[in-house]
Design a protein around this ligand. Sequence first.
Ligand code: NAD
Ligand code: TYD
Length: 339
Amino acid sequence: MTILVTGGAGFIGSNFIFYMLEKHPDYRIVCLDKLTYAGNLSTLAPVMDKPNFRFVKADICDREAVNRLFQEERPDMVVNFAAESHVDRSIDDPGVFLQTNIIGTATLMDACRKFGVQRFHQVSTDEVYGDLPLDRPDLFFTEQTPIHTSSPYSSSKAAADLLVLAYYRTYGLPVTVSRCSNNYGPYHFPEKLIPLMIANALNDKPLPVYGEGLNVRDWLYVEDHCKAIDLVLHRGRVGQVYNIGGHNEMRNIDIVKMICKVLGKPESLIVYVTDRKGHDLRYAIDPTKIHDELGWLPETKFSDGIQKTIQWYLEHRDWWETIISGEYQNYYEKMYGNR
Ligand code: NAD
Ligand code: TYD
């Protein structure tokens, strides 16, 4: 079995590669990644020398490069993690989101049609459903919830989802789609809430909370997401969408305060900054379908997962210090300088 993993030098893709190489030592894993600002080859160093792993630097929008790789590797399955993934960047500059997230997905699926695959799996997000009100804790996203996006990021992911389902209906491409809630864990790029707050707190820098910090996200430990995708790949029904999330809703401000507490840092580091435009209020997944059909349930409790994550950032300072000492500084100044 050869699995092509796109975006495998990023946060979730790298965790997925580690998980799959461990779980299925007889599989060959080929990673295709453009190494954008979010991709980090050093992340994959522990597996680079494995005989059943190959890394290829390429853009999923580059039809020639994608076809060449398919010709060489003839993957049985493709798991598409490659994407521009940060909402704030999409608000600042949507273009590259449309290119990678939509055109890139179509380019990969065209290669799948041309060469034939057992499965094309699209890693999507609960953000395609838009948001839920804060005062209706009884409401959750199911697979039937209408697509109703808020940001250029979520709109580009929703467009890709629709294309994936269209390739199933029109061409019979054997697809599956998973829509997961917010992940956290090792190798999370420090522009996202949890790693940004950990890195800033460790450096005694201000902790910028958008608005009043009351927005709610449904957090899932990254390994639980990887396990769910593995299950969908092997046992999920073709043409189906599976929501992934574990009833772990938390307000942003409570997460930030928890990080301060674990690290022994004062809450006086918290600063309330101008809210994100179009800021989604609450995400919350109903995982009944994946639980009933595939027996998936999250295994890592948030209190354990956040401890493990903070410990990882303490032990891997080199990894994130290198990132935040480079181009990231310009990004940070642009996003937070006048907020
Ligand atoms: P990430 O930003 O950490 O990594 C994205 C990776 O894709 C990087 O390695 C980058 O170099 C690569 N990439 C970007 N553009 C590319 C291109 N044109 N060609 C080839 N490679 C390219 O993202 P992540 O957080 O790991 O998210 C992975 C996927 O999971 C995305 O599709 C995202 O929409 C989805 N998702 C993420 C979350 C989350 O909480 N992070 C939740 C649900 C779904
Ligand atoms: P983020 O990690 O960007 O994920 P997403 O927007 O895709 O859910 O943000 C998570 C939440 O944290 C979101 O409500 C925005 C908020 N946030 C802050 O308050 N401050 C920050 O510096 C960042 C990056 C996010």
